[in-house]
Structure formats: C-alpha cells, structure tokens
Design a protein. Structure first.
Ligand code: HEM
Length: 163
C-alpha cells in the first residue's frame, strides 16, 4: 500500500466501492478522516454555528456512516437505523454556500489521508462532489424572491427580464 500514494495515474478503477473500507484500514481510518474534517469545521465561521457544542457524537456517527457506506458492514445502522440523510439534515439550513463549504473541507480532509490508496481517495472525492449537493435544502439568502407561477408570461418564463 505504501508505494501507491500520490502517483497521479494511480486511480485504479479496479478498487470497487465496497472494497474501500478494507483498503484504507477500516473504521479507524474513517475516524482519522472525520477528525481531519472536524478540525476544519471547528475553525469555520459558516459551518461551526450549525453544529452542536459537543462535536463528539456527530464525529462518531459520520465515521460509522462512511465506514458502512464503503463496505464496512452495518456499523452505522446497527445503532442509528437507516441513514435517511435528507431527513436527518432537515433541521439544518443547508444553503448552496454551506454545502459548498462542507464539500470543500471534506475534500481537503480526504487529500490529507496520504496513506490511503489514491483510488480510495478518488472514490471519496467523487462521492463528496455528487452527494453534497443532494443535501441542499435552502435557497441562498439572496434568492428568496423567485417569480411566482402566475407571473409567468404566456410565452414562458424566459422571455422576461428576470435574471
Ligand atoms: C456527502 C455529504 C454529507 C454526508 C454523507 C453527511 C453525513 C452525515 C451524517 C451521517 C450525520 C450523522 C447523522 C446521525 O445523527 O446519525 C450528519 C450530521 C450532520 N451533518 Fe451531515 N453530511 C453531509 C453533508 C452535510 C452538509 C452539506 C452539512 C451542512 C452544511 C451537514 C451538516 C451536518 C450537521 C450540522 C450534522 C449534525 C451533527 C451533530 O449532531 O453532531 N452535513 N451528517
């Protein structure tokens, strides 16, 4: 494993998603990833206020979720049940900005896992890119006034001057 790191052409398509957990070293490896991520959250002015005072339970849940997602068995669901991520994130106001920040910090945390095979990092990076936008549940603060349906002209909404 040690000589795979950081070679640009080392994103081996051969590493299946369910093999990532074992390839990185199991739950302890996801705990290290989540530790790197939360260290950034703690210093982040957008995300920190959304998280509770005690960050430890959330760290444990996220590490277990990721371990399960990447092939580590039901280490999340055994305690927490079905992930239902949209539902669990509903209490938080996740704007595109906040989601973008989350993705940015998690991407940086993944890059810090230099002892992981590059193919495993690539799996995580692709997941962060595609999954994070699905948790947006709030328009940006400056986009609250969308045209109402009955404001649309008969020829369609694109003919007006709205930007
Ligand atoms: C790929 C994207 C994401 C994944 C996989 C993810 C996953 C999770 C998981 C598994 C939990 C714990 C659920 C539980 O209680 O069992 C959680 C909690 C949380 N997530 Fe996310 N999340 C993502 C994106 C985001 C984004 C974009 C935000 C905000 C911008 C966010 C904010 C939070 C907060 C505030 C908590 C509660 C933490 C706590 O109670 O300590 N998450 N997330």
């Amino acid at each position: 494993m040690s000589d795979h790191r950081d070679a640009p052409d080392d994103a081996r398509p051969g590493l299946a998603a369910h093999e990532v957990h074992d390839a990185v070293g199991g739950l302890p490896a996801f705990r290290r990833l989540v530790g790197s991520f939360y260290a950034k959250v703690e210093r982040d002015e957008v995300l920190r206020p959304m998280y509770p005072d005690d960050l430890e339970p959330g760290k444990d849940h996220l590490a277990r979720f990721l371990a399960q997602y990447w092939g580590g068995g039901d280490v999340y669901s055994a305690d927490r049940g079905h992930p239902r991520l949209r539902l669990r994130h509903a209490p938080f106001s996740i704007t595109p900005e906040a989601a973008g920040r989350w993705a940015e910090l998690m991407t940086a945390a993944v890059h810090e896992q230099t002892d992981w095979p590059a193919a495993a990092r690539d799996h995580l990076l692709a997941y962060v890119r595609t999954a994070t936008p699905t948790l947006i549940n709030q328009l940006p603060a400056d986009a609250r006034t969308l045209p109402r349906q009955d404001d649309a002209s008969p020829t369609g909404p694109d003919t007006g001057s709205a930007t």
